[in-house]
Design a protein around this ligand. Structure first.
Ligand code: FES
Ligand SMILES: [Fe+2]
Length: 466
C-alpha cells in the first residue's frame, strides 16, 4: 500500500477485532495485554516502521559497532567511516552464527565469524571463506555471501533502521517533527549516561506514562505540592489550578506529537509564584528538584546559572526567566557550547517533549535532552525494556565519549534510578497489573491532556490494518 493510502486510512482500526480497537475516547485493553496483538505489532509495525537503532555516540569511531535487538531481530549497526554507518542482520551466511554481541569494535574492520572464521569488512563484503573450493563446486563468489544489509539512515545524532525491503521514504516519516528537531539541535546532543531497565509492562503502557503532564501532581507530588495536597489532603472540595492546565499538546501526522509549556513558562517571562519567596530561590529550587530527581533534561550547571543571578537586578521590562535565558546563552557562548536559537519555538519546548512514533520521547531544557525508548519484549506483552538517555551539548572542543549502556538491576534502588523516573516506574507495572485483571475492557482518554496517546494508537492502526 502506498504511503498516501496509509495516511488516508484514518486509523479507525475497525478492521481489527473488537478487543483490539482504538475508539475515539479510549483504547481497548487487549492492545496492551494480548500476545497475539504483540505478534501483530511485530508483523505489521516493527517490520516496516523507521525506528531508532542507536544514537551515533554509541559508535563514534570507525569499526565501532553496537547491537539493536527487537523481537527475534538482531541488528549490527557499525560505523564504516566518519560519514557512513551500516546495518546488518546479525547472522553468518554460512550456518547462522550471530556475528556480534553487545557493543564493541571490529579490529581492523574485520567482522569474523567465531565458528569457522569466515570474514567480512564493515561494508558487508565477504573477504574470506575457509576451504572456499568446497562451496558451490568452487564457484562461491563474495557476492553470494554478503552480510544481509538493512536500510539505515543517520539523522540528528540517531541511526534509524527499517526492516522493510522498500521502506516508506524516511523524509516522509520524519517530516511532521523535522523542523522542531532541527531547531532544538537534537543532532548536537552528546552522551552523558544511558540506562536500560526491564519493566513489567507492555511497551506502550510504559511510554504512555510519559505522554502527558496530567499525572504530575499524583505521581510526582514534590513537583506540585499544592496540587498533591489537593489530591491527597483533606481539602477535596472545589477546584485547583493544576499546572497541567498550562501544558499545550499537539498531535502531528504520522503518529508523532508533542507537549510543551506554551507561553506560560518562566523562560517566556511568565512565572506563577506559589510561595512568594525570593524568586531566584524559587526558580532554582524548582529546577534543583529536576536535577536531583532525574540528572537529565535539567542539569546542575543550569541551576548554578540561576543561583548566580541572586541579588542581581532585573532590568526594567525584563523578567527573571528572560534574564536566565540570557545568562544561559552567555555561558554557552563563552564555552562554545551549541544551543538552539533562542526563538519562542525553541524556548517553549524547554520542559516539553517531542514524541516520535512509534517509541521515542525527547524532553528538553536549555542545551540538554533526555530521551526515552521503549522496546517490546520478544513474546511477552506484559514486559518491555525501557531506556533513558541523558544527553547534552558540549563545547566543540570536548572529546567524544563513547556511549555505553548500563543495565539497571533494581528499579527501587535510588542510586540506579533517580526519584522522578522511579515514581513513574512505580506506577507503570501497576497499570499493567490492573489491565491484566481481564475485567477491564477499555481505558478512558482525556480529549486534550491524553491526545498524544490516542494519536499514537490511530497511527499504529494504520500500520496494523495495512
Ligand atoms: S557459521 Fe559462520 S563461518 Fe561457519
Ligand atoms: Fe512522570
Amino acid at each position: 500500500m502506498s504511503v498516501e493510502a496509509i495516511d488516508k486510512k484514518r486509523g479507525s482500526g475497525e478492521e481489527l477485532p473488537p478487543d483490539w480497537r482504538t475508539m475515539p475516547h479510549g483504547i481497548r485493553i487487549g492492545r496492551y495485554t494480548d500476545a497475539d496483538f504483540l505478534k501483530l505489532e511485530y508483523e505489521k509495525l516493527w517490520s516496516k516502521v523507521w525506528q531508532v537503532a542507536c544514537r551515533v555516540d554509541a559508535i563514534p569511531e570507525p569499526n565501532d559497532y553496537t547491537l539493536y535487538e527487537i523481537g527475534d531481530s538482531s541488528v549490527i549497526v557499525v560505523r564504516e567511516n566518519a560519514n557512513t554507518i551500516r546495518a546488518y542482520h546479525n547472522f553468518c551466511p554460512h550456518r547462522g552464527t550471530a556475528l556480534a554481541e553487545e557493543q564493541g569494535t571490529f579490529p581492523h574492520g574485520n567482522i569474523i565469524c567465531p565458528f569457522h572464521g569466515w570474514r567480512w569488512n564493515t561494508a558487508g563484503e565477504n573477504q574470506y571463506v575457509l576451504a572456499r573450493e568446497e562451496f558451490k563446486q568452487g564457484k562461491l563468489l563474495a557476492s553470494d555471501v554478503p552480510l544481509a544489509a538493512i536500510h539505515c539512515v543517520e539523522y540528528e545524532g540517531m541511526v534509524f533502521i527499517n526492516f522493510a525491503e522498500e521502506p516508506q521514504p524516511f523524509e516522509h516519516f520524519i517530516a511532521p517533527i523535522k523542523e522542531l528537531m532541527e531547531k532544538l539541535i537534537v543532532g548536537e546532543m552528546r552522551h552523558y549516561w544511558w540506562k536500560k531497565i526491564d519493566v513489567e509492562a507492555n511497551w506502550k503502557t510504559a511510554q504512555e506514562a510519559f505522554f502527558e503532564g496530567y499525572h504530575v501532581p499524583a505521581t510526582h507530588p514534590q513537583l506540585e505540592p499544592d496540587g498533591a495536597e489537593f489530591i491527597y489532603g483533606e481539602n477535596i472540595e472545589g477546584d485547583f489550578h493544576f499546572s497541567h492546565h498550562a501544558v499545550a499538546y499537539d498531535a502531528f501526522e504520522r503518529g508523532h506529537g508533542r507537549f510543551y509549556a506554551g507561553k506560560q513558562t518562566a523562560m517566556q517571562g511568565e512565572m506563577r509564584m506559589v510561595n512568594p519567596v525570593d524568586p531566584v530561590d524559587a526558580m532554582a529550587d524548582r529546577l534543583q528538584l529536576l536535577v536531583d530527581g532525574m540528572d537529565a533534561q535539567v542539569l546542575q550547571p543550569d541551576v548554578d546559572i540561576v543561583r548566580s543571578m541572586k541579588g542581581k537586578e532585573i532590568p526594567e521590562g525584563s523578567t527573571l526567566g528572560a534574564e536566565y535565558v540570557k545568562a544561559l546563552y552567555g555561558d554557552a557562548a563563552a564555552k562554545e557550547r551549541p544551543l538552539g536559537a533562542p526563538e519562542p519555538d525553541v524556548l517553549e519546548m524547554w520542559g516539553g517533549e517531542i514524541f516520535m512514533f512509534p517509541n521515542i520521547c525527547m524532553l528538553f531544557h536549555g542545551g540538554n535532552m533526555m530521551m526515552y525508548r521503549a522496546i517490546p519484549h520478544r513474546n511477552d506483552p506484559n514486559r518491555c525494556t525501557f531506556e533513558i538517555f541523558s544527553t547534552r551539548t558540549l563545547p566543540a572542543s570536548a572529546p567524544r565519549q563513547r556511549a555505553e549502556q548500563i543495565q539497571v538491576t533494581d528499579t527501587d534502588d535510588p542510586e540506579q534510578v533517580y526519584e522522578i523516573p522511579r515514581q513513574d516506574l512505580g506506577n507503570i507495572p501497576r497499570l499493567q497489573r490492573g489491565m491484566r485483571t481481564g475485567a477491564m475492557k477499555q481505558n478512558w482518554l482525556a480529549s486534550y491532556n491524553e491526545k498524544i496517546i490516542l494519536n499514537m494508537h490511530q497511527e499504529l492502526d494504520r500500520y496494523l490494518v495495512d
